[in-house]
Design a protein around this ligand. Sequence first.
Ligand SMILES: N[C@@H](CCC(=O)N[C@@H](CS)C(=O)NCC(=O)O)C(=O)O
Length: 203
Amino acid sequence: MRPWVFLTAFDMQFSEVIVSLQASDLYGRLKQYSDAAKVPVLNDGELQVWDSLAICEYINDEYLAGAGWPTGKQDRAIARSLAAEMHSSFTALRNEMPMNIRASRVIEPSQACLRDIARIDEIWSTYAKADAKGSSALLGQFSIADCMYAPVVMRFATYHPELSKPAQQYADWLRTHSAVQSWVDGALKEVEIVDIDEAGIDR
Ligand SMILES: N[C@@H](CCC(=O)N[C@@H](CS)C(=O)NCC(=O)O)C(=O)O
C-alpha cells in the first residue's frame, strides 16, 4: 500500500501485478518478480527495488527531484525518522491489528499494542500540521512519511482505537486523501479472505 499510495499521489504511471499471499507456490510466484521473494517490489527496466521504503526513496530520487520529502533539512530529517520508526517498530500493533479494510472489528489490545497506539497518537499529534488548503500532512507537506503511516490509518479504521482529537484529525485526513481512497476502492472490490489476518469480532 505504501509505495502504491506514494506513486498514485505523485501521478506516476505504473502497472501492477497482484500476487495473492495465499497463492499455491507463493515462493515461486514471488521469485518471478523479486529475488527476495517478498512484496512489494518495483521493477523499473532492468532495475529491481524491493522493500516499500526503498521503492519510495528510489522514486523520489529518480523521478521527483526530492519532492517526496518535505523541504527543509530539519523537516526532512524528522520525516525520515518517522518513516524509519514506522518501518522498524510497532510489532504488537502489526500482529494484533492486521490490515483488513473490508472489516470493522473489536479486539482486546495487549499492553504492548496499547503502547504502540499511544506512540502513534503522539507522532500524529506532534507532527501533523493543518494548513489553509485543508491538508494535515506530517511536517505540513504530504510526503513519504504520510505514505508510511497509511496502512496504520486503515488498521485504526478497522479496529477503532481511541485517539486524541489531533491524532484522529490526522487519521481522518489521510484516510480521505484521494490516493488512499483509490487504494480503499480497490480493496473493497476484493473478495479474497486471508484467514491469518482475520482478527477480533465483528462490531
Ligand atoms: N519490509 C518489507 C516487508 C516485506 C514483506 O514482509 N512482505 C510480505 C507481505 S506484507 C511478503 O512478501 N510475504 C510473502 C512471504 O513472506 O512469503 C516492506 O515493507 O517492503
